[in-house]
Design a protein. Sequence first.
Length: 158
Amino acid sequence: MTDHLQLQEDELVFDTFDLVDAWRLGTLITERAIADDLAVAVDVRRGDHVLFRASLPGTTVDQQDWLRKKAAVVQRFEASSALVAARFDGVDLAALGWLDPYDYALTGGSFPIRLRGSGVVGAVTASGLTSEEDHDLVTSSIAAYLASASSSPTESAS
């Protein structure tokens, strides 16, 4: 399982990522969720700066906390919350006093926005489904976004 999750980390890397990309990626995830009638909240952030957020019918205020906690895992470990959860499976980090459950959720659904040559600059998060479904929605949408960006004609420099 961790090998597959690590492969996603290695492959789903952006060349650039700005506020327009945040909007487009967040919108893509939200549109996919609407098409599949999923009760999910979506968040794209850079640190604590929320760049995009949507809550679809069937979500509750609880999703806001889940979005924040999952993204905090990505920001702290610079890896997807699913990969971090898999790496620490069976370890009660809260009991060790290492990760406060108020601030962190070791569950799938948040994925790093990683820039080639720079590292992690943000997180894309979904909440409302199972951990695996949240993770799959985010990663499949990032893959689709990156594929469409690579097939778009590049703009010439001014």
